[in-house]
Design a protein around this ligand. Sequence first.
Ligand code: ZN
Ligand code: ZN
Length: 77
Amino acid sequence: MSEEKQNCPTSFIKDKVKRKKLASGICDFCGKEHPLCYICTQCEFTVCQTCFIENQKRFTRSGVTWVCPDCLNWETL
Ligand SMILES: [Zn+2]
Ligand SMILES: [Zn+2]
């Protein structure tokens, strides 16, 4: 009698669900809802395109990647 239940650890299939880097959300800078925001995949820091461009020097130097000011995670644009 074996009653082993095989519980698949969900952490292994986490990669399957890829979070959107560009999605609608409430900007952490201006507090307004925007249809297109940059979202950190680590901590879900959200910044709208307007604020991103206004604070571009804080986020990006190369224009290819941006750094989340909250968790210092690198994201590609
Ligand atoms: Zn904003
Ligand atoms: Zn972050």
